[in-house]
Design a protein around this ligand. Structure first.
Ligand code: FAD
Ligand code: SF4
Length: 329
């Protein structure tokens, strides 16, 4: 008898209230899977590389959608699509860094259904892992990318710990730069973590990309007005302009007064498992002008300490040049 590649049985739940979704998430815990726009999820299911017993589709929960002015910032529901974020006048008026980042994700079709919650909670894109190989991140005991002949052009140059996969999200560096907070709920209540602490590296948890625990749902992202209307810079470098992940992306916020940089945040993606703040650059530019001269003097601080693999040395000058471009834009 030939074997047929059929989809495994998955129970589908479509709650319309957050409380019901939280109860389901609690009941199924690590046997359940939360579904936003499905643009990361469906790849796993279609490739038969991961599956689940119960799919908890969050799309019917209206209270998880939308962008609200909170008086001292904005709150974005986790189910808000990337297109809604890219097109929002409220976000564009004061936090256009996030509009720029959201508008560079994937393709218009993926942005139309992909959600902010899914974008920041998505899994890594390492070829080997996505193909279903049993590497460290999949619970095995080796890394296929970190070998002399491994395909590691897209992988990490910082902070690797057994796994060398990188954060693939375009909105994540922008949210860290804007000092966003992530609102996380479970059946017992709510906890709020900073965007910087939301993402975790393999040294802390090699099988997950965020601090979310089974039973928890990211319900909203809050952006304080701390950096509203600052000078923003976002750039993504990828092999193709659409439908492709960043090789490196950069999100920068700068408060400039009388030509002098009073404060800044420089955050880079695609170089480590989490969005990386370049604190050495932030310190070095404080009190300086945003100019060619400053750019030249601080740029190499960006890639200082990098530990490239065989095929990704190019990310070092790329990082340095993105910092320069941010300072001279
Ligand atoms: C061809 C292609 C190109 C892509 N290019 C890019 C790119 O350039 N840049 C980029 O950033 N991304 C890219 N992506 C990745 C990703 O699909 C999109 O970023 C999208 O935003 C994911 O959102 P989603 O809602 O569709 O995710 P889903 O697949 O629904 O969810 C992704 C993960 O997050 C979890 N999750 C979803 N919502 C929540 C929530 N509210 N609380 C807790 N957990 C949650 C899910 O359980 C799942 O594990 C690409 C994907 C594809 C297929
Ligand atoms: S980089 Fe990480 S995800 Fe990729 S093969 Fe190595 S352990 Fe697995």
């Amino acid at each position: 008898m030939p074997s047929h590649d059929v989809m495994p049985n998955i129970e589908l739940y479509q709650p319309v209230q957050v409380d019901d979704a939280l109860a389901l998430a609690n009941r199924f815990a690590d046997r359940g899977w939360l579904l936003g726009g499905g643009q990361d999820t469906y790849g796993w299911l279609k490739d038969r590389a991961k599956s689940t017993d119960a799919m908890i589709d969050l799309n019917g929960i209206e209270s998880l959608r939308g962008i609200r002015d909170t008086g001292n910032g904005i709150e974005i529901g986790a189910l808000t699509t990337l297109t809604e974020i890219a097109d929002s006048d409220l976000i564009h008026a004061s936090y256009s860094l996030l509009s720029s980042a959201a508008s560079r994700v994937a393709s218009p079709q993926i942005r139309n259904v992909g959600t902010l919650g899914g974008n920041v909670s998505q899994d890594v894109r390492c070829w080997y892992y996505r193909r279903g190989l049993s590497c460290y991140r999949a619970g095995g005991n080796l890394c296929y990318a970190d070998t002399p002949e491994g395909m590691n052009r897209e992988h990490a140059i910082f902070d690797a710990s057994r796994c060398v996969a990188v954060t693939p999200s375009d909105t994540a560096p922008a949210l860290v730069a804007l000092d966003a907070s992530m609102v996380i709920q479970n059946v017992d209540g709510e906890r709020i973590v900073s965007a910087e602490d939301y993402f975790v590296g393999p040294d802390i948890d090699i099988e997950n990309t965020t601090v979310l625990r089974p039973g928890e749902i990211l319900t909203a992202v809050r952006i304080p007005d701390t950096w509203a209307n600052a000078k923003f810079y976002f750039e993504k470098v990828a092999d193709r302009n659409v439908w492709d992940f960043a090789l490196v992306n950069i999100a920068v916020v700068m408060k400039i007064n009388g030509g002098t940089i009073e404060d800044s945040r420089f955050v880079i993606g695609g170089v480590s498992a989490t969005p990386k703040r370049m604190t050495a650059v932030e310190s070095a530019v404080r009190g300086k002008s945003a100019s060619e001269e400053t750019a030249e003097s601080v740029a190499t601080l960006a890639s200082q300490g990098a530990q490239p693999l065989n095929y990704n040395h190019f990310k070092m000058p790329l990082m340095d040049n993105l910092v320069k471009r941010a300072l001279t834009a």
